[in-house]
Design a protein. Structure first.
Length: 364
């Protein structure tokens, strides 16, 4: 589906713990000035009234009626049923709130709610990294196509989403892609999010640097690592590389089951030059069986699309001709298996918005 040529309008919401930001998309583009409202995270009645009013304001700005409402909302939740049970940054929604059915009754159009990690992955699958990969393969005359995508976001938390055969995988319990609760490779008593997040980088730098008492921002730690600011450069580099190892093992466990491309987004993704090489090194590393017999960590070889040499190597498929037994026929065959990993092509916010838009269009 080409989201950029579709003329249907979908209203959207960016739901944060402090503010709600309402908008509308048509042809994959925002077509109104966003409307912002306090989230009233501790008052359910005010929060619900703010959501209804925000969408009403957006609808008044539209030249014609929207076909659906689609947005990401923090969980836990029964997303297909539109029921939120949030006890995190929107505690007013704890206990179960039928947000989707309420909005369908109010506006008379379908309402779709998903996790932000899911919609990020779906946006990149529909209009980001996945079509870029397939477009490049097509331009080179290579028949192989990638239809599966694991998307992860790294910021305050560690989120994930899975697209299988170009369809968003939600899971039987609306809990697919919850990669944050994977086991932490560096400290197996902890969840992966404690090693893959803003706080992970901050704590690793503080713990290993000389004389640092306060928590610096990841941006500051990145600049120290690059030699652009004074500080403990070795500790800064280590903080990102340590995160890369934890991320690498979480991705290894996931991609072993999914077998597709990988895209990374979120606020920390801008520091990919410091952590992504470590991720790829880990994914292409070894794991051991009995008697120290070694195996490749993955069945497939992983290629870093952000590195020019590795990216070129990924697209350098070399098929060979093999004969069909007991016949005079032959066919083209590529024996090696390849997993590409790259950074978000759309930007995390745009990918999530496009994911919400595409999800609605595919389901109405």
């Amino acid at each position: 589906m080409d989201v950029f040529s579709d003329r249907r309008i979908v209203m959207t919401l960016d739901a944060g713990g402090t503010n709600f930001v309402f908008s509308a998309l048509q042809g994959g583009e925002e077509i109104v000035e966003p409307v912002t409202s306090p989230a009233f995270s501790d008052n359910l009645t005010k929060s619900l009234e703010a959501i209804i009013d925000g969408f009403k304001q957006v609808r008044k700005l539209l030249s014609r009626d929207p076909k659906a409402i689609s947005f990401a909302f923090p969980g836990p939740a029964d997303y297909p049923a539109g029921i939120i049970d949030n006890v995190g940054n929107l505690p007013a929604y704890s206990g179960g709130v039928a947000l989707g059915p309420m909005l369908e009754k109010e506006f008379g159009i379908p309402v779709f709610i998903n996790n932000d990690g899911d919609l990020f992955a779906y946006g990149e699958a529909m209009a980001g990294l996945l079509p870029e990969i397939n477009g490049e393969l097509s331009s080179r005359g290579i028949p192989k196509r990638y239809n599966n995508l694991l998307g992860v976001t790294i910021g305050t938390g560690f989120g994930g989403g899975i697209v299988i055969n170009n369809k968003l995988m939600q899971g039987d319990n609306s809990a697919a892609g919850e990669i944050w609760i994977s086991r932490n490779f560096k400290d197996t008593n902890l969840i992966a999010e404690e090693g893959v997040s803003i706080r992970a980088i901050q704590k690793a730098y503080k713990r290993n640097s000389q004389g640092t008492k306060e928590l610096l921002t990841p941006k500051d730690i990145y600049e120290i690592a690059k030699g652009n600011k004074p500080g403990d450069q070795d500790a800064a580099i280590y903080a990102f590389e340590r995160m890369g190892s934890v991320l690498g093992e979480a991705l290894a466990n996931a991609i072993t089951l999914i077998d597709g491309a990988i895209v990374v987004g979120g606020g920390i993704s801008g520091a990919y030059d410091l952590f992504l090489p470590k991720v790829v090194e880990h994914l292409n590393g070894k794991i051991y069986g009995e008697n120290e017999k070694s195996f490749s960590r993955l069945v497939s070889r992983v290629y870093n699309l952000e590195d020019s040499q590795s990216g070129q190597a990924f697209y350098d498929f070399k098929p060979r001709e093999i004969s069909v037994p007991f016949s005079n026929n032959s066919l083209s065959y590529v024996s090696d298996k390849r997993v590409p990993v790259g950074i978000s092509r759309l930007g995390t916010n745009q990918a999530t918005a496009l994911g919400a838009y595409a999800f609605a269009l595919n389901n109405i």
